[in-house]
Design a protein around this ligand. Structure first.
Ligand code: PLP
Length: 393
């Protein structure tokens, strides 16, 4: 099929290919498992965000099936019309409790949660949104949809954040919100949330932390960065996704009851996009229950993290600043490295520009609770072999 009016797409695709930015995703042909079938090949899968390895867990699947039997497959409505099901309100209550917050509000994804909060709270030109330079794309897009101007501080640089908070523009702002990822998704480092919160509060700003990669992963029982730093009751807004450790899709903001109620009346993704299918909400509730009653999953995740990080370092790879299950392997030959590893039966994603800055190309590995020692030893052996072949180590 061809339209003269869409010829520009051919040119754009050609340009992307020339720049090495054209994306052709690999296809998962099995469930999301520690060893998966990808593009017809069985490989050790070090790429998903399935941290707790619960995406194909029998108890979780049973909960989803039961929810379909009880509530059907979808609400066919937005939350504010008749798309609020009792399973959504249960999820909001349980995830508020999980985050030690008064209330929470559920969205369709982590992405829309960030957009919803940034857009609805930073609603005037006299507000100010202050964001870490390495924050996730959904925060950047949320900031673009907000009416407030934005200032970007250098990654985890408290001095720079303080300078911004001391500017006349910041001092005069009606509302100020400081936004940071809890765990940064490219480097696997943790925000200095204790310092960020202290300086934000000193200057009358409130804090939003995006715990997409932290919920179900760090802190007591996987409660996230706030718990990790012992900041319970001190951070105004905690974003969580249900799409990573929680194994399905969705997101929420945990906060005060009144802020929750406010967003429930004005946040555009809440008002104008339909609610999560009930089976999806049931999945998240089942994962939460497992997380709180079976500590072995979180323990395996961290044991596996320690093992893989240690072995990759021992082999001579540069694993950057990571202290979480996200372990980058820094190399300019990321694309080639990833392709060769795949031939050998290991999948680790190559990240290049514009996802990461030029000169910071890397492979990114994410280990899960479900990888066995055999899987990880196999992966390390292949990393060593291909790393040597390509002269990376
Ligand atoms: C993955 C991610 C999101 C988006 O979450 P989804 O639920 O997949 O939409 C938001 N913020 C951060 C930091 C993320 O890593």
């Amino acid at each position: 099929m061809s339209f003269d009016t869409l010829k520009f797409a051919d040119e754009e695709v050609a340009a992307l290919k020339k720049e090495g930015r054209f994306i052709k995703p690999r296809v998962l042909e099995s469930a999301q498992e520690p060893v998966s079938v990808i593009d017809g090949k069985k490989v050790v899968n070090l790429t998903s965000n399935n941290y707790l390895a619960l995406a194909n867990n029998p108890k979780v699947k049973k909960a989803a099936i039961e929810a379909i039997e009880k509530y059907g497959v979808g609400s066919a409505a937005v939350r504010t019309i008749i798309g609020t099901m009792s399973i959504h309100t249960e999820l909001e209550r349980k995830f508020a409790e999980f985050k030690h917050a008064e209330a929470s509000i559920l969205f369709q994804s982590g992405f829309t949660s960030n957009v919803a909060v940034c857009q609805s709270l930073m609603s005037s030109e006299t507000d100010l949104l202050i964001s870490d330079e390495l924050n996730h794309a959904s925060i950047i897009d949320g900031a673009r949809l907000a009416k407030a101007p934005r200032k970007i501080y250098r990654h985890k640089d408290i001095k720079h954040l303080t300078e911004i908070l001391e500017t006349p523009e910041a001092r005069a702002a009606r509302r100020k919100m400081v936004v940071t990822d809890g765990v940064f998704s490219m480097d696997g480092d943790i925000a200095n949330l204790d310092e960020v919160t202290a300086v934000a509060h000193k200057y009358g700003a409130f804090v939003m932390v995006d715990d997409a990669h932290a919920s179900g992963v760090i802190g007591k029982e996987g409660r996230g960065t706030v718990s990790h730093f012992g900041l319970d009751g001190k951070v105004e807004i905690q974003i969580g996704t249900l799409s990573k450790a929680f194994a399905s899709v969705g997101g929420y903001a945990a906060t005060t009851q009144s802020l929750r109620d406010y967003m429930g009346s004005v946040a555009r993704p809440f008002l104008f996009s339909s609610s999560q299918p009930p089976s999806v909400a049931a999945t998240s509730l089942a994962v939460l229950d497992i997380l709180l009653t079976e500590p072995s999953h979180l323990k395996s995740l961290w044991d596996n993290t320690a093992f893989l990080k240690e072995e990759l370092k021992k082999a001579g790879f540069d694993t950057g600043a990571s202290v979480t299950p996200i372990t980058p392997v820094m190399t300019a030959k990321a694309v080639e490295f990833s392709a060769r590893l795949f031939d050998e039966g290991v999948f680790a994603l190559a990240l290049g520009f514009p996802t990461v800055p030029r000169g910071k190309e890397r492979l990114r590995t994410i280990v899960t609770a479900g990888h066995t020692m055999k899987d990880l030893e196999f992966a390390v052996e292949k990393f060593r072999k291909v790393g040597k072949e390509l002269g990376i180590i």
